[in-house]
Design a protein around this ligand. Structure first.
Ligand code: NDP
Length: 298
């Protein structure tokens, strides 16, 4: 048996095209487009690429895009002041502060400054509380992408056994509550979990968010399971030439794809969904803040 590949690129492109349609409809009806403000502090090369992609994709779906680039030595109170200005700006619907921030800035303090109504990353305590309480709110992007991908394969996730390996605030914990919201039966595993392979083998849906290259082996997968690999790890790839590297997930893809029913590749699986879900959150935030009816098909 060979697993079907869950094409995150195509599924994200489809979501963006529905967002483009929704944004056009909102613009026609209200004369304004949802607007995302992205703040980048410092010169981390990966963050620069992410911010550029976020701005480009916002514009591609017709949304407003504002970028603030601050120097590496920006003081914390300057960043706080900028976030407060964006909170108060009626034209701004979503605020994303690109992480990681330079070491002299306390990330938690900055995240808490973001108005929960504009928290399109879903990382404030208010957003996390709403998720846990089952109340409407903005959900974190990467785990939302995982749910969309699993639903694409399985449809209704109700009653499915879902094992999430990883309990970070960014991915594992919110993923657990999002799959619970879908009525899956959720187990969260972590570095102290006993007999992880046996636990994983019980999963209809296995979500790997560990950050360890190819840790999850084929023999850990239940035959026919849906495998969502969040991990992004860079490993040496001497087969590509001296000094070359390549990206792999937390799952041993070659082994797992012989056993699973469906699997996300790395790259091209969960990754593309993250920005698409950020754009979706910006549209949802705009509708909630401005009292516009929420588009149905996003
Ligand atoms: P963290 O390092 O914050 O969390 C890793 C989790 O994995 C922890 O809960 C840890 O357990 C658990 N863990 C570590 N080792 C083991 C082990 N041997 N067995 C079982 N569990 C283990 O990582 P993130 O959640 O932020 O990210 C996870 C991965 O996802 C990374 O590769 C990251 O690059 C990627 N990522 C991808 C995104 C995308 O858009 N595709 C977005 C965000 C992240 P414990 O809590 O006990 O220490």
């Amino acid at each position: 048996m060979s697993a079907s590949i869950i094409d995150g690129k195509a599924i994200a492109a489809d979501l963006r095209s529905r967002l483009r349609h929704a944004v056009t409809t909102l613009k026609t009806a209200h004369g304004q487009a949802p607007t995302l403000a992205v703040v980048l502090v410092g010169d981390d090369p990966a963050s620069q690429v992410y911010v550029r992609n976020k701005a480009r994709q916002s514009e591609e779906v017709g949304m407003g895009s504002i970028e603030h680039r601050l120097g590496q030595d920006t003081k914390q109170d300057v960043l706080v002041a900028l976030v407060r200005t964006l909170n108060a700006d009626p034209e701004v619907d979503g605020i994303l502060v690109q992480l990681p921030l330079p070491a002299h800035i306390d990330e938690a303090t900055i995240i808490e400054e973001i108005d929960p109504a504009k928290d399109v990353d879903g990382l404030t305590e208010a957003s996390a509380g709403r998720l846990v309480l089952g109340k409407p709110g903005l959900r974190p992007c990467t785990p939302t992408g995982c749910v969309i991908l699993a639903r694409q394969v399985l449809g209704d996730l109700g009653g499915k056994s879902c094992v999430i390996v990883g309990r970070s605030i960014l991915v594992g914990k919110p993923a657990a509550f999002l799959f619970l919201e879908q009525n899956s039966t959720v187990t969260i595993a972590h570095s102290r979990t006993r007999d992880l392979p046996a636990l994983c083998r019980r999963a209809d849906i296995l979500v790997a968010a560990v950050g360890r290259a190819q840790m999850i082996k084929g023999s850990w997968i239940k035959p026919g399971a849906t495998v969502i690999d969040v991990g992004i790890n860079r490993i040496d790839a001497p087969e590509r030439g001296a000094g070359k590297t390549r990206l792999v997930g937390d799952v041993d893809y070659d082994q797992a794809s012989a056993i699973a029913g469906a699997i996300t590749p790395v790259p091209g699986g969960v990754g593309p969904m993250t920005i698409a879900c950020l754009l979706r959150n910006t549209v949802l935030a705009a509708c909630a803040r401005r009292g516009w009816p929420q588009p149905e098909d996003i």
